[in-house]
Design a protein around this ligand. Structure first.
Ligand code: FA5
Length: 343
């Protein structure tokens, strides 16, 4: 290729064969023929060196003009072919944008998790941090440091699951967490809640399971009184159950608190199961509580002459029963979706 005439026929032939390309595949072949490494345009540009010196400038200019003309024509034709292919695909497979989308099945939080989070939120507003402790405990932590030496009759309140390792048990309540947190934090003030699973060898009934959550609460500091405990529990109950529900505080006994109380909430008045679930009283107990016993403060490393504290242990499953008039505590761990989907 060495003359202007040849360049002109390269252009004319190129444009003609480009016009004959019917689709993207044909256009790509054309592009390789003209602009590929061994293509016609490369050869034409490469021939510059062989052109006589006086014609070289004119040839070079013309070769570049032809190259740009072919490239421009190719780009336009390629865009045209792409648009045509898109139109063809839209026409052959019309898209119905009015069809509803496919929904994915979505899981949800277990009601026990939901109420735990609600409890964390309410206590967080009152300045309590969440603190976690172990579910497998020593006899020492579960009983002895809580003022219940071996053979203390109060141990009968907590019929215990033992492991095959002597002295190691499944915790019967979250109260041993009190000792863990006190030993870690003393002599500083404490304001924590300790949530988690507890295990007891209970006679299973509509109100009692062998495994259930508790949320322990502990506040230690100078000058903490029973009035602080009552205020904290009452404002918690107001937020959890609403202002229309009643809270009852009774005196009680726990070896690790002195004085001790228990707290009840009134069962929904219009619920037909009210008498059966409350044994005719109209009330269901949600927690035990009291002022931390001096021996327990000592076991935690505090000086009972300097600080006082209150503690409580509440049952979230019992609270869910009261909130939604659920008539059987066993429903929580049966994993029946017909029950769980209601929350
Ligand atoms: C205790 O376990 C004490 N540790 C509570 C406590 C903590 C008192 C700190 C003083 C200071 P009690 O056994 O009453 O107490 O249980 C507390 C709450 O846990 C009950 O009010 C109830 O809501 C829940 N609970 C107890 N046993 C069961 C059970 N078997 N099934 C479901 N919930 C239960």
């Amino acid at each position: 290729m060495s003359s202007l005439a040849e360049l002109n026929s390269l252009e004319a032939d190129g444009l003609a064969s480009l016009a004959g390309c019917a689709d993207e595949a044909a256009l790509r072949v054309w592009s390789t023929q003209h602009f590929g490494d061994k293509g016609l345009m490369k050869a034409a540009l490469g021939a510059i060196g062989k052109i006589a010196k006086e014609e070289r400038a004119a040839y070079g200019q013309e070769a570049n003009r032809v190259k740009v003309a072919l490239e421009t024509a190719y780009a336009a034709k390629f865009a045209e072919a792409k648009e045509a292919a898109l139109q063809a695909s839209l026409n052959s497979n019309p898209l119905d944008v009015t069809l509803p989308g496919r929904t994915r099945p979505r899981g949800r939080l277990h009601p026990a998790t939901q109420i735990l989070r609600q409890i964390y939120g309410i206590f967080a507003d009152m300045g309590f941090q969440v603190y976690r402790t172990r579910e497998v405990e020593t006899d020492e932590m579960n009983f002895e440091h809580l003022n219940m030496p071996a053979h203390h009759p109060a141990r009968d309140m907590w019929d215990t699951f033992f492991t095959t390792t002597p002295g190691v048990i499944l915790r019967t309540h979250t109260s041993p967490g009190q000792i863990h947190v006190m030993r870690e934090q003393h002599p500083n003030p404490i304001r924590v809640i300790l949530p988690g699973m507890c295990y007891r060898n209970e006679a299973i009934s509509t109100r009692s399971e062998i495994q259930f959550h508790q949320v322990e609460g502990l506040a230690i500091g100078e000058g903490i009184t029973m009035a602080d405990l009552k205020g904290t529990i009452t404002s918690f109950a107001r937020r959890m159950f609403g202002p229309e529900r009643q809270v009852r505080i009774r005196s009680s006994y726990f070896p690790f608190t002195e004085p001790s109380i228990e707290v009840d909430i009134d069962w929904p008045k219009d619920d037909p199961n009210r008498d059966r679930l409350t044994k005719g009283t109209g009330w269901l107990e949600i927690m035990g509580a009291g002022m931390v016993h001096p021996n327990v403060l000592k076991a935690g490393g505090y000086d009972p002459d300097k600080v006082t504290g209150f503690a409580f242990g509440m049952g979230p499953q019992r609270m869910l029963m009261l909130k939604h008039a659920i008539d059987d505590i066993r429903l929580f761990w049966q994993n029946d979706l017909r029950f769980l989907r209601q929350f």
